[in-house]
Structures are given as structure tokens and as C-alpha cells.
Design a protein. Structure first.
Ligand SMILES: Nc1ncnc2c1ncn2[C@@H]1O[C@H](COP(=O)(O)OP(=O)(O)OP(=O)(O)O)[C@@H](O)[C@H]1O
Ligand SMILES: [Mg+2]
Length: 333
């Protein structure tokens, strides 16, 4: 079985050769069980995914992963550029399981896996990541399902963003195609020469700017409007409210942050555009098309569209990387 997982700073996206799909926030928290003892009576609110992992060395871990973990005081997500091995493994294993990967029985069948790395880290970390994942083996169960063994017979590590353009297909013509993969903390960008079909090395890379900038601006606006800082674990809920109409709730009253929200989108788009365009410089004049991918293209696409020539939103932008990785697994056999 073939699986591809895009473990992003914000969201983990997984797809399988048989059409399975999963997407959840890249956040985990220790699972403390039904602490109130009321689950049987009233159920529990957003349980999300309960992931149990048993490693070869008998280590056993129980975690909440995704939406439910966000609400925990003990939630941890990716903070810096590095993705700690434990959290990365946990999110990867949960993604693989949720798209149907892993097998039961005495002689479990290993999977073929494709994952990605931001362009900026591809060269320095690609080989080590591949070797680490080839050694990974664990028994996984999600949401109380059957325990399945997950291990990999083949691991392909690919540079983020590069596959998106090939999955999308390049247009005929002259000049360059630009690609922006706008994520939570990073935006990967590349330029592909339409005549040779090859990326231009000096015009490809990653900048540390993405959708999280919107949250920063909104948090400042919240502080100004309410006189209190916005606790980080409330931010996703507030952003969801604002996306639906610019209003949220604060201590029993409606809080209109629509202007601040629109400003936040514009400022985030401006920061990303400025950083990418400062690398592309004069090459920008020969852009035939700019492809927008990644979840951030849904949030910031409109604001970015006016800042790049001939912007085109790729199909299925959130899963674009994961689908491209899966395709690469087929192509490189
Ligand atoms: N349907 C949607 N509508 C609006 N915004 C969306 C939608 N889906 C995702 N997003 C935005 O995209 C962001 C996540 O994008 P994505 O999953 O590409 O990031 P990531 O890959 O986890 O991050 P990175 O590439 O930095 O590692 C979310 O924080 C959200 O702001
Ligand atoms: Mg991403």
C-alpha cells in the first residue's frame, strides 16, 4: 500500500493510493482519559483523535491529536523550524492509520511512504529523515480501532512545493511559472522555466511567513478592543468566527473585528509577497503564471492575487503537496 503524508507546521495532510484522506491540526496533548467520568452519560465534546502508539522498545503512548488537543493546557505543536522527532512520528503515524495504512496479523506488510520537507531544509535534513523513517516501526490504534502495525519498506523524501507544479501540469509557452505554497509558518516558493521544465535554483526557497501572521494581527486587535491578551488556545476559534463574518464573542457581548481581520489578511499577504518578490526580483517580469497552493492560498489567495502576475489557484490546494508526493511514489518505482 502507498501512502503520502505532508506533516505541516499547521496541519497534517495524509492520502493513500486507495483514495483515503485525512487532515488535522498538527497538535498533540497527553490523553488523560475521561477525567470527569461522565463520558457514558453525556459523551465528551470534541474528542478528535485518540492515538495510541506502541513502539518496538515497549514504550506506549496515549495522545490526543488534532482539534481536541488544541483545547488542552498541555498541547504542543511545532514551535520552531525544527520538528521534534516524537511529535513528527506521532502525527505521521496517526495520518497513515487514518487513511487506512498498517496491517494486523503476525507478518505485517510494510508500506511505501512519501513525505516532504520545506525547500530550505531539504538538502540538510532529507537523508537523515529518510533513514529515520525506514527504522520506524510501531503498533498504532486511533479512536479505539484495531491495532495495526505500521512500518515502511520504501521512503521517499521530496522537497515541498516542487511536486505541486508537476501535479498541476505546466502550461505550454515561454517565460516562467511561479509557485507559492503558503502554509501556516512557511511559504515555499519556486520558479520553473517553461522551456526546460526545470526550476531555477536561485529563485527557489522558503520564507518564514504564512497564515500565522493573520493570528498575530488579530491578537493585537483583540488586546486593543478588550484590554486583555487573547490566550493562544482561543485563537483558532476566534479566527474561525472572524472568517465567517468578522465578528466574535467576548464576555457575553459581540465583538466586531471585521476591519482588523481584513487588515490582517492584507498585511500577511503583503509580508509574504514582499519576501518572495525580493528574491525573484527582475525575473518577475517574465512570469507567465503564478500558481497558489497550500491551505494559505484559500485564506490569503484573494489578497495575494493582486500582488503576482496571472495568479491561478491550483486544484485541491490543501492536499496539493500530499497528492504530488503520492504521484512521485508511483513515478519513481
Ligand atoms: N478551507 C480553508 N479556508 C481558509 N483557510 C484555510 C482553509 N484550509 C486551510 N486554511 C488555512 O491554511 C492554513 C494551513 O495551511 P497548510 O495546511 O498548507 O499549512 P502547513 O502545511 O501545515 O504549514 P507549513 O507549510 O508552514 O508547514 C490554516 O492555518 C488556515 O489558515
Ligand atoms: Mg505546508
Amino acid at each position: 500500500m502507498r501512502v503520502a503524508v505532508d506533516v505541516g507546521y499547521g496541519f497534517t495532510k495524509a492520502v493513500s493510493g486507495s483514495g483515503g484522506r485525512a487532515c488535522f491540526p498538527s497538535v498533540a496533548a497527553p490523553h488523560r482519559g475521561d477525567v470527569l467520568g461522565v463520558a457514558e452519560v453525556v459523551g465528551i465534546g470534541r474528542v478528535g483523535h485518540r492515538v495510541s502508539v506502541r513502539y518496538l522498545d515497549a514504550r506506549r503512548e496515549e495522545h490526543l491529536v488534532g482539534e481536541a488537543a488544541r483545547e488542552s493546557f498541555l498541547a504542543s505543536g511545532f514551535l520552531g523550524a525544527e520538528k521534534p522527532e516524537n511529535l513528527h512520528n506521532l502525527l505521521l503515524l496517526a495520518g497513515v492509520y487514518l487513511v487506512g495504512g498498517g496491517s494486523t496479523g503476525q507478518f505485517p506488510e510494510p508500506l511505501e511512504l512519501a513525505v516532504g520537507l520545506p525547500l530550505a531544509f531539504y538538502r540538510s535534513q532529507g537523508k537523515a529523515l529518510r533513514e529515520r523513517l525506514l527504522r520506524l516501526k510501531a503498533w498504532v490504534s486511533v479512536d479505539g480501532g484495531e491495532e495495526r502495525c505500521v512500518s515502511f519498506s520504501r521512503v521517499l523524501v521530496l522537497p515541498q512545493g516542487v511536486g505541486v507544479v508537476f501535479h498541476q501540469g505546466l502550461p505550454e509557452g515561454r517565460g516562467y511559472a511561479g509557485v507559492l505554497d503558503i502554509g501556516e509558518y512557511t511559504t515555499d516558493y519556486l520558479l520553473v522555466d517553461l522551456e526546460t521544465g526545470k526550476p531555477l535554483a536561485e529563485a527557489c526557497g522558503s520564507v518564514q511567513a504564512g497564515c500565522h501572521l493573520v493570528g498575530h494581527v488579530v491578537s493585537v486587535a483583540w488586546l486593543q478592543a478588550t484590554g486583555e491578551p487573547l490566550p493562544p488556545r482561543l485563537l483558532p476559534g476566534v479566527l474561525k468566527d472572524l472568517a465567517e463574518g468578522g465578528r466574535t464573542v467576548f464576555r457575553g457581548r459581540e465583538l466586531d473585528l471585521s476591519l482588523a481581520y481584513r487588515t490582517a489578511l492584507e498585511q500577511a499577504a503583503e509580508t509574504i509577497a514582499r519576501q518572495v518578490l525580493s528574491v525573484w526580483k527582475d525575473l518577475t517580469s517574465r512570469l507567465a503564471v503564478t500558481y497558489l497552493a497550500g491551505g494559505g492560498s484559500l485564506l490569503l489567495g484573494d489578497a495575494l492575487a493582486g500582488r503576482f502576475p496571472n495568479p491561478v489557484l491550483v486544484s485541491d490546494p490543501v492536499f496539493a503537496n500530499a497528492l504530488a508526493y503520492l504521484e512521485a511514489l508511483d513515478g519513481s518505482r
